[in-house]
Design a protein around this ligand. Structure first.
Ligand code: SAM
Length: 340
């Protein structure tokens, strides 16, 4: 990619791409901070800069929720920069360079979510436990990628849920999961016990656990997809934002990538600030923020609940056209191929 996307795409491919003229327009909106900034200067903005250059210039106590998806302890190229796998102790040292600096930015009731794969997760735990109260570890199933020949396929990631104090906002009712009822019990009056019947079957809105199996990693037929190599799904970030922030709160992401956190914050009526070192990724973020002006949908979240994977027909209450059903099956088939 470097400066522009020139890949040839299939007709059904919905990946967001940018041409040279779009990039040169979008990059005019990106900001850089070279002295102490006020909230007004950075609110709802994408900061195109190295986190280490900018973090000391951000305002005190402006953040309600931080979502951090840093480079994991893997060798990985992010367009113009790359991260090299290192000893776990050295990765801890790298985390020590910026994790403690987040504290100054947080309001007293704020929450922090930090993502990591199994190789990074232990190091993240060792560092964040020194500075925050760890409330939980979420593990989500990451159903994408090739199977390994001499190992178990790497199919999970962690998100450490931390808070500044034990006084924090958590709205479990905003993140319920709609599940098909297997045993539709009735009470002694013959009424459904905590489930409802619709045209598509019997459903119950359940409390979410810390194991998430309903996440789809963005791929080419999803409208949120970009060429970012480690883009997080909007659905995943929506769970975090809905549970741990209120409307109009400030959501901050210091490793914004393709903009998922800012985009979901905007769709859900929160304010946002995001930083990424790569100009193209910042432009993807701005493009997606534009799209969010007219399209607030978050795939897998509708009617105020989260739906299990591959339930688009049910989400539309059985009103899907035959063509839509064919498209869904086609997408499922190709998604499976990508997993092989
Ligand atoms: C794991 S990705 C984040 C992906 C993001 N959550 C998304 O949904 O697209 C990490 C990002 O950190 C950025 N990055 C790496 N080093 C950085 C630094 N020193 N300052 C700011 N951003 C950096 C990379 O460009 C990359 O986009």
């Amino acid at each position: 990619m470097k400066n522009k996307v020139v890949k040839k795409r299939a007709l059904r491919n919905k990946t967001i791409t940018l041409n040279d003229s779009e990039i040169s327009n979008l990059k005019k909106r990106l900001i850089k901070i070279n002295k102490v900034a006020s909230l007004e200067e950075i609110e709802n903005k994408t900061i195109h800069q190295d986190i280490f250059e900018v973090i000391d210039y951000l305002p005190d106590s402006f953040v309600d929720l931080i979502f951090v998806d840093p480079p994991y302890n893997l060798s990985k190229t992010f367009n113009t920069t790359s991260f090299k796998e290192m000893k776990s102790e050295d990765y801890e040292q790298w985390l020590e360079l910026w994790v403690p600096k987040l504290i100054r930015l947080l309001k007293p009731h704020a929450s922090v979510y930090i993502c990591g794969d199994w190789k990074s997760s232990g190091a993240i735990f060792n560092v964040v436990k020194k500075y925050f109260k760890i409330q939980n570890r979420i593990t989500f199933e990451r159903e994408k990628g090739r199977g390994a020949k001499r190992n178990w396929k790497n199919c999970s990631e962690d998100i450490w849920f931390c808070t500044v104090s034990d006084k924090y906002h958590f709205d479990v009712n905003a993140v319920k999961i709609k599940r098909k009822v297997i045993a539709p019990y009735k009470d002694k009056n013959g009424d459904a016990k905590d489930w409802k019947e619709s045209d598509d079957g019997k459903y119950r809105d359940t409390h979410p656990s810390n194991v998430w199996t309903d996440i789809t990693i963005p791929f080419w037929s999803m409208p949120e997809n970009t060429d970012h190599p480690t883009q997080k799904p909007e659905k995943l970030v929506a769970k975090v934002i809905l549970a741990s922030s209120k409307p109009n709160d400030i959501v901050f992401d210091p490793f914004l990538g393709s903009g998922t956190t800012s985009v979901v914050a905007k769709k859900l009526g929160r304010r946002y600030v995001g930083i990424d070192i790569d100009e193209n990724y910042c432009c993807f973020a701005e493009r997606r923020l534009d799209i969010a002006d007219s399209d607030k949908t978050i795939q897998g979240y509708s009617g105020g609940v989260f739906w299990e994977r591959n339930t688009l027909n049910e989400q539309n209450n059985g009103k899907n056209s035959k063509n839509k059903k064919i498209e869904n099956n086609y997408n499922l088939f190709f998604n499976k191929l990508l997993e092989i």
